[in-house]
Design a protein around this ligand. Structure first.
Ligand code: PLP
Length: 417
């Protein structure tokens, strides 16, 4: 590499890994507590798979995985090969299921190498796995997915028994699990017209047929967060929990079933304060105009960090327990708030965009309701430009990659349920 006349090592505040401008605060002990609460709900006969795809729903996958293990999770769900490899490279040894479809031989070879279980929806990938595994001399665990009414990944559920029988004939692969995914588990019972019940019945019909034929299918699972919170009948051998692990109920009517603590807060600093008269247009397009003398504060976070631009003029921030309204268009890197109600707020003050201060709380669901999206998208919308910092550290600290709770990285081997 060419020698530079600049110092070789940037300091933490120079790389953005600090509390200088804006950051995501991740409380890993909340993740552990949520995992523990979910384990309490599902009981001993069902195990918890922590779904840590999309960088742990924006919280940081490795930190979340360790905290979830500490709270009783025994396996992980990821969406992509790279997400699985990231867990393995960090030393996490519990079973990992890749929920997305891997179609390339190289990807499946990597699954074998890193002991990640691919999801299979047809015989094509199953045969690729069989060939890879038999030529390497190592067995390969995988799981079969059935489509019971989602019309996304999975084989037609009616093909289930035939496929399980065919997979059992392939000596180098091990069918570690059989699962399906619900399309509308967060609906209220009247809203989904019985869809969840229909999917449940189809899945059970396959399991019954397998039982009659004496075919084992490994670990059987169907439930996401909503189904886990909705009813015990959905739990089977394992539940795949994402959103609830991060402390958010998938729907308001499911909020009461278990105590959940939001693990993420988003904070940013005030970088400038201006006093302006009435009648001043604020930010791009002047979509807000002051109606009285106003104390405006500029906050160093914007849509390039993950604050949806659709929230312009429709969100608040918290400062010392007060709600201060955001005004004008949210811009790429900054937004403006009306700080007239907080005369004590100064340059350098930290405001909270998502999180709790005393009685006041702003949740991803508050945002998603205002901009026609869902809490899941809000959480995984926070970009890597925002460092993830552990909630335990003091403001102004240097790099503090979200720390792990002491974890017990013991699964039941790579295929444990
Ligand atoms: C993302 C995902 C989950 C987790 O869903 P939540 O609603 O966040 O709990 C479970 N199963 C599959 C197949 C998924 O893709």
């Amino acid at each position: 590499m060419a020698r530079s006349r600049f110092a070789p090592q940037p300091e933490p505040h120079e790389t953005g890994h600090s509390r200088q401008r804006a950051w995501v605060e991740v409380n890993t002990s909340a993740i552990s507590a949520n995992a523990r609460a979910i384990c309490g709900l599902i009981g001993e006969r069902t195990s918890l798979m922590a779904v840590v795809k999309a960088d742990g729903y924006g919280h940081g996958a490795v930190a979340v995985a360790r905290a979830a293990l500490g709270g009783g999770a025994t396996s992980f769900g990821v969406a992509t090969l790279a997400e699985g490899v990231e867990l393995r490279a960090a030393g996490i040894e519990a079973p990992v299921l890749v929920l997305g479809n891997l179609t390339q031989v190289e990807e499946l070879r990597s699954c074998l190498r890193w002991e990640l279980m691919p999801t299979i929806s047809n015989m094509r990938e199953a045969l690729l796995c069989q060939n890879l595994a038999s030529s390497s001399g190592r067995p390969m665990a995988l799981q079969l997915k059935l489509d019971t009414g989602m019309a996304r990944l999975g084989a037609d559920w009616e093909e289930g028994p035939r496929l399980v029988a065919a997979l059992r004939e392939l000596d180098a692969i091990q069918l570690a699990g059989l699962y399906t995914h619900l399309a509308w588990a967060d609906a209220s019972h009247s809203e989904d017209n019985g869809l969840t019940q229909l999917q449940q019945q189809r899945f059970e019909q396959v399991l019954t047929s397998l039982r009659i034929q004496g075919l084992a299918a490994g670990c059987r699972h169907l439930a996401n967060s909503a189904a886990t919170l909705r009813h015990r009948q959905h739990h089977f051998d394992l539940v795949r929990v994402g959103l609830a692990l991060y402390g958010h109920p998938p729907a308001p009517h499911l909020a009461g079933s278990v105590a959940l603590e939001p693990a993420m807060q988003v904070h940013a600093r005030v970088t400038l304060i201006r006093s302006v008269p009435a009648g001043v247009g604020v930010s791009y397009g002047h979509r807000y105009r002051t109606t009285a003398p106003t104390r405006l504060a500029v906050v160093a976070i914007g849509y390039a960090d993950g604050v949806p631009r659709q929230l312009s003029n429709r969100m608040d921030v918290l400062y010392e327990g007060l709600r201060l309204p955001q005004v004008g268009s949210i811009t790429m890197d900054q937004l403006v708030i009306d700080a007239s109600g907080a005369p004590g707020l100064e340059i350098g003050a930290v405001v909270t965009l998502l999180g709790r201060q005393g009685q006041a709380q702003i949740t991803p669901a508050d945002w998603s309701a205002r901009c026609d999206t869902i809490a899941w998208e809000v959480l995984c919308g926070f970009k890597h430009r925002l460092p993830r910092l552990d909630g335990g550290a003091e403001p102004g600290d240097g790099p503090e990659p979200a720390a792990a709770a002491t974890a017990d990285p013991q699964g039941d081997g790579p295929t444990g349920c």
